[in-house]
Design a protein around this ligand. Sequence first.
Ligand SMILES: NC(=O)C1=CN([C@@H]2O[C@H](COP(=O)(O)OP(=O)(O)OC[C@H]3O[C@@H](n4cnc5c(N)ncnc54)[C@H](O)[C@@H]3O)[C@@H](O)[C@H]2O)C=CC1
Ligand SMILES: O=C(O)[C@@H]1CCC=N1
Length: 277
Amino acid sequence: MTQELTIAFIGGGNMATALAAGLIGKRCGAHDVHVIDKNPAVLDRWAQQGVSVAQAPDATLAGRRVWILAVKPQFLKEAVESCRPFLVPDTLVVSVAAGIPARAIGAWLAGPDGRPHTRLIRCMPNTPALIGSGASGLMALDGVTQDDRLVAQQMLGAVGEAVWVQDDAQIDAVTALSGSGPAYVFLFIEALIQGAVRQGLTDDQARTLALATLNGATQLAALSHESLAVLRERVTSKGGTTAAALEVLDARGFAAIVQQAMDAARDRAAELSREFS
Ligand SMILES: NC(=O)C1=CN([C@@H]2O[C@H](COP(=O)(O)OP(=O)(O)OC[C@H]3O[C@@H](n4cnc5c(N)ncnc54)[C@H](O)[C@@H]3O)[C@@H](O)[C@H]2O)C=CC1
Ligand SMILES: O=C(O)[C@@H]1CCC=N1
């Protein structure tokens, strides 16, 4: 465990909960975590885990090595400005907010001399971090040190895969892929279960088989040296059942629909940036 990793979450909702579940006990103790949230009910849940909590920023923030900004994009500016008085030059700020560019956040954290805070990483994690199976994209502003990168890599690596990218546009692409992606997958599983129930399986049977299929196919893809196309072809007998199913998906433009959905997510990230930064 990294002794010196002390963290403050600004916003203690779904994403902070998912990240903390993977971090506490692995990269830090509960006593190393401080959570600021406006909602007392949210704070009660955190306090039960032994972390320190507060409804507003205070001097505790100044002693935290890493701040994780985890409020909704529309509240980010207000939250960041309320924390700014407690920023010290060594603070590594990590934002997980969708859409809001790293430089905008750095500018909101500017000191009295007007210089932006550039020890800042923009990160796009996802909720499977809750069980250590997350996927995160990360990008760094130019003030981020090698040690900061290591700290971020260790934190996000503790909750799943962490991939460094170059710029905000790529973080928006990560948002459309893995940030929002779990929802696409859950929808797909829901559709599989509904389809199986329509054909006569019970809900329990369908759920067990659908989840095992997603899990098995994912594991096979991860462990196999074959391409996804080859693995798909191995399932698809000529003139068989899979070919019949894939013809329908193809005719309805399945791949194009998925890509249009991802474009909508990416475009919404750009809109969030225009609206809230
Ligand atoms: N939920 C997800 O799957 C993912 C979310 N994100 C990003 O994470 C951020 C948080 O999202 P969620 O955790 O889903 O939202 P959430 O609504 O569950 O949590 C946000 C928390 O922030 C608190 N809050 C609002 N204003 C505040 C302020 N000024 N100071 C302190 N706390 C304040 C709210 O009371 C709430 O508990 C968003 O920016 C989102 O784009 C990123 C990746 C995935
Ligand atoms: O839906 C959202 O805006 C957030 C960002 C990625 C996942 N949830």
